[in-house]
Ligand binder design. Structure first.
Ligand SMILES: *[C@@H]1O[C@H](CO)[C@@H](O)[C@H](O)[C@H]1NC(C)=O
Ligand SMILES: *[C@@H]1O[C@H](CO)[C@@H](O)[C@H](O)[C@H]1NC(C)=O
Length: 458
């Protein structure tokens, strides 16, 4: 890991990929089956996967109108957007043309009113899909002892109660918490079987914790989905407590659900402040204190069940984002940092990390947006957004993905007129070597002047 620091300065001369600049700060971005949607301060942009802009739409954002939900609903060919305008609204847009509004409903607040983090995605089976939203309860009164934290909203007119209704058959259906201070960081739905995972931070006077909530979304009825709740505390790590989850990714796996989280000790001075750890979350079984389906007494269990890491694969002062892809038995993790780097880390089948490689370093240390997305079609491209800092440097990057051929040979990466070859697995020889190649008359050249890094490996 020490050699990594030496690499950075040199690498910034080989910035790869297409860069797209926007007129405002990027607030959120999501990837659908054939489109990418980027929400900036004032506009919503619709793009093809190659970052060609197709449409854009004014969101009329003001202090009182923030778009707070942006969820592609591919099966319905729509994009669900909600915001805070006029006590809240939700709008269903045509996913192929966001300037076409299909449905609009006012006086409904589904996402967070203030700038809180939240998680929203489509959950359910092909016959019953809901918009699952996890967020802090902002309407709680001082005397309340339970707060609603996860709600399933209808997505179709044909569902009981109609579109954007939260009511369930017979009674309300939601997950409640006795802890007021919750922060939802990530969540996803697995397709087969249909099950949904949510990851959140909780904070009380005495303790901070990271939790995973699991629900069985193959059930048709909302109440049965909520009743299936299982939960566990996630601990990181044995060297020191890092009780705050910053970002996470699910690692594509066949028989198990392997998940990686970036955990922080909240001390930026510490060179090992953040740790990236892998967990097997295939069977979240048990409950935690203070989280339950509505009406359940007591709420949750007396003692928490706990998950410990399978492997802690990377430590760094300030990781802020992570995503992953599998290549045979290898796992490739892409890690974003709050000082603007994109680092690649390859793990073998036993979750042992190889050399970390810096793929990209921003000139002015802009933090990488916590969510990074792969192109959902071929997983060859990764989209990264950088947080604002200066006017010229706002953008989404489409970084060419890599073909990890063999650990002992080369990783190929095509960027503009360059390819860089990383002679990756030379860790045993203590050297990592990287060169930016040029294409000339149809041939690849590797001028020695283009050596961009020689460093020690971890
Ligand atoms: C999409 O959702 C809208 C709103 O419920 C509905 O009218 C429409 O039929 C749905 N379309 C498809 C293709 O499911
Ligand atoms: C989830 O619910 C479905 C439908 O009721 C059931 O068949 C399945 O066994 C449940 N899965 C788990 C892991 O409990």
């Amino acid at each position: 890991m020490r050699g990594l620091l030496g690499i950075l300065v040199i690498l910034k001369y080989c910035i790869c990929g297409d860069v797209l600049h926007f007129d405002g700060d990027i607030k959120d971005f999501v990837v659908g089956n054939s489109k990418l949607f980027v929400l900036t301060d004032h506009r919503l942009h619709q793009m093809r996967h190659d970052l060609t802009e197709e449409k854009s739409k004014d969101t009329k954002a003001t202090e009182h109108n923030r778009v707070n939900i942006l969820v592609p609903f591919d099966e319905n060919s729509t994009l669900i957007t909600c915001g805070t305008f006029n006590d809240g609204y939700c709008e269903v847009l045509d996913i192929n043309d966001i300037t076409k509004s299909i449905y609009y409903e006012s006086n409904i607040l589904i996402g967070p009113r203030h700038d809180e983090k939240s998680v929203a995605f489509i959950s359910g089976t092909s016959s019953s899909k809901y918009l699952l939203v996890g967020k802090k309860d902002e309407d709680a009164k001082p005397q309340d002892t339970r707060y609603s934290v996860v709600i399933l909203w209808n997505t179709l007119h044909s569902q009981f109660g109609g579109i954007f209704s939260r009511i369930a058959e017979g009674s309300d259906a939601m997950i409640q918490s006795t802890v007021r201070d919750v922060e939802f960081v990530d969540g996803f739905q697995r397709v087969s079987p249909s099950e949904s995972y949510l990851f959140l931070n909780t904070k009380t006077d005495s303790e901070r914790k990271v939790l995973v909530l699991w629900i069985n979304s193959s059930k048709e009825r909302k109440r049965d989905i909520i009743r299936s709740l299982q939960a566990s505390r996630i601990r990181c790590c044995s060297d020191k407590a890092r009780p705050v989850l910053v970002a996470s990714t699910v690692i594509p796996s066949v028989n198990r659900v392997i998940w990686a989280g970036v955990f922080s000790a909240q001390n930026q001075q510490d060179p090992e402040n953040s740790a990236l750890a892998l967990y097997d979350i295939s069977h979240v079984k048990g409950r935690v204190k203070g989280f339950c389906g509505i009406g359940e007494n007591p709420c949750g269990s007396e003692s928490d069940t706990e998950l410990q890491p399978l492997s802690v694969v990377f430590k760094y002062s300030s990781m802020s984002a992570v995503t992953s892809v599998r290549s045979g038995s290898w796992i490739v993790l892409f890690i974003g940092t709050s000082d603007g780097q994109l680092i690649k880390l390859v793990l073998d089948g036993k979750y042992t990390p190889g050399c970390p490689t810096v793929l990209f370093k921003s000139d002015d240390e802009r933090a990488v947006f916590p969510r990074m997305h792969f192109d959902p079609v071929d997983f060859k491209y990764i989209y990264i957004a950088l947080k604002k800092q200066t006017d010229e440097h706002r953008g989404v990057f489409r970084d060419p993905g890599e073909i990890v051929k063999h650990r002992n040979t080369v990783y190929r990466q095509v960027c503009y007129g360059y390819v860089y070859y990383v002679f990756g697995k030379m860790c045993n020889a203590v050297i990592c070597f990287m060169v930016c190649a040029e294409r000339s008359n149809g041939r690849w050249l590797f001028p020695l002047s283009n050596v961009i890094s020689v460093g020690a490996c971890v």
